[in-house]
Design a protein around this ligand. Structure first.
Ligand SMILES: Nc1ncnc2c1ncn2[C@@H]1O[C@H](COP(=O)(O)OP(=O)(O)OP(=O)(O)O)[C@@H](O)[C@H]1O
Length: 292
């Protein structure tokens, strides 16, 4: 790896910027995304929430140039990844800046061994062999996959396959990791492990994370910022505490807030408890609130 994944990047603070973005697929009437406007700073861990069809996957596709390069439709506004406009930049070049992980890891795997899977992207970029080997070994170690490097990715469990899919994206040394419902096929343990891996990559390796998820409790615990999409529009954007305090809005759009927040709000509304306290987001915050 030229600049290893642990090395500090010199580039600007903004990793990705959506500037009044509208997107409509060619064969549809209603735009999938409308007036989407936000910036992601280096080091953020962003959770994206929304009901079905709210535009989450479309937003992910814009984050690495799949839209507009692999989908036809109408795009207005600008998406810039580390300053480069996705419209004018080849997807191979964008892949070095922003990596996308899909819900179904198997669909993302294609090689005979885990090692080859990780080497595939860097090899396509034409990197020298020694550099590829060094990079792959580093990422295998980082993702705790050393013992599996000679195995076929198809013989691994769902959680292991998802780690390989993430590792193969990391081997491209992106500044931004975009994950579209990566835990949708995993059990609770596998899901928690993916969240913990994301936290480690974010905090220890400086990788900016944008994670589409339905796991509200885990997002409340791990994300530094939450964006809520609804009908293709950005409805809420703020820290988990700011966003999940809008309980009425969550009820309206049909998404639940963290259980502890809901219980705390009911306790205040129905029993007049802790009238001036902030609602907790997690169990440990609830324990603090109860002075246990
Ligand atoms: N390839 C496509 N061609 C045409 N329309 C599409 C395509 N992909 C998505 N759409 C439409 O765009 C809108 C937003 O879909 P998108 O998949 O981005 O939402 P989502 O929030 O990820 O949904 P889900 O949670 O169900 O995956 C929907 O109306 C969907 O039908």
């Amino acid at each position: 790896m030229n600049d290893t994944i642990t090395a500090k990047r010199e580039e600007s603070e903004t990793v990705i910027e959506f500037d009044h973005v509208n997107w409509k697929y060619a064969d549809t009437e209603i735009p999938a995304l409308r007036e989407i406007d936000f910036k992601v700073n280096r080091g953020e861990f962003i959770g994206i929430i929304g009901v079905n069809d709210s535009g989450k996957t479309s937003l992910c596709r814009l984050c690495n140039g799949l839209i507009p390069h692999s989908f036809t439709g109408e795009l207005s506004g600008n998406v810039r990844i580390e300053g480069e406009d996705v419209r004018n930049t080849q997807t191979a070049r964008l892949a070095k800046r922003s990596g996308l992980v899909f819900p179904d890891p198997e669909a993302q795997l294609s090689q005979l061994t885990v090692f080859d899977e990780l080497a595939f992207g860097p090899a396509n970029l034409g990197l020298p062999k020694e550099e590829i080997i060094e990079t792959v070994n580093k990422v295998l170690h980082l993702m705790d996959l050393d013992s599996m490097k000679s195995r076929s990715p198809y013989t691994l469990s769902g959680g292991e396959q998802q780690r390989v899919a993430i590792a193969s994206v990391l081997a491209m040394n992106p500044a931004l990791l975009v994950l579209d419902e990566p835990t949708s096929n995993l059990d609770p343990d596998g899901t928690k492990k993916i969240f913990q891996t994301m936290k480690d990559l974010n905090q220890n390796e400086g990788i900016t994370v944008l994670l589409v998820e339905h796991e509200i409790e885990l997002l409340a615990e791990y994300a530094t910022r939450i964006i809520v999409l609804n009908q293709g529009k950005k409805l809420l954007d703020g820290t988990p505490r700011e966003v999940f305090s809008k309980i009425d809005i969550f009820h309206q759009i049909g998404i639940h807030v963290p259980q502890m927040t809901q219980v705390s709000e009911s306790a205040r509304e129905d029993y007049g408890l802790w009238p001036n306290q902030q609602d907790p987001l997690t169990l440990s915050e609830m324990i603090d609130l109860l002075n246990l």
